[in-house]
Ligand binder design. Structure first.
Ligand SMILES: [Zn+2]
Length: 191
């Protein structure tokens, strides 16, 4: 894992989105590594004739599947698990920042997105978060949420937007650089 404050030089900003390291496709097989909240875990896959489930301990993610489940099915069970982890963490973060920013988020959506960490519909008060964020340290998820919620005040990346972000989340540049440098695509913000 890159250290928290590597790469502050700013060249990250000028890199093309396509050049960024992408995660190699996962097969969801024994001993494959999977990230969760910025930490690497080894995957264990077990087969049992029961409803599939995922268990986490300090070193491992154990995926229990029905016999004969293929890679798509395994990916889907992991994806649902990722969503449930995010649903535990996102609402309290939104509530915290609703108080600080004095805005209201009508609803949020979790979705797998290939090229963006988030997107929002300012007029409706919706925010959409990439489920891949579950693989990043939690403070980066928080940054993405704050970024989107500031958009509810200021839709574009204007000077006003940056001033609000600067006031409430002074380390936004580091957070953005880290999001852009870790495997798995980029935030679609080129300013
Ligand atoms: Zn933005």
């Amino acid at each position: 894992m890159p250290t928290r404050f590597r790469n502050l030089a700013g060249y990250v900003r000028s890199k093309k989105l396509d050049n960024q390291a992408r995660e190699t496709p996962r097969q969801f097989v024994e001993r494959e590594s999977h990230y969760l909240w910025g930490r690497r875990y080894l995957l264990t896959v077990k087969y049992r004739d029961a409803k599939p489930f995922v268990l986490l301990d300090h070193k491992r993610i154990t995926l229990t599947m029905r016999p004969g489940s293929d890679v798509e099915k395994r990916a889907e069970v992991m994806h649902e698990w990722h969503k449930s982890l995010l649903h535990d963490v996102v609402p309290p973060l939104i509530a915290k920042w609703e108080r600080k920013l004095k805005v209201k988020v009508t609803s949020y959506f979790l979705q797998r997105m290939k090229t963006k960490w988030e997107s929002c519909n300012h007029s409706a008060g919706h925010i959409r978060l990439n489920t891949e964020l579950v693989k990043k340290p939690k403070d980066l998820l928080e940054y993405v949420i704050v970024h989107e919620m500031v958009h509810l005040i200021e839709p574009t990346h204007s000077d006003r937007f940056i001033a609000i972000l600067e006031k409430h989340y002074p380390s936004w540049r580091e957070a953005r650089a880290e999001l852009n440098e870790l495997p798995l695509a980029a935030e679609a913000w080129k300013k």
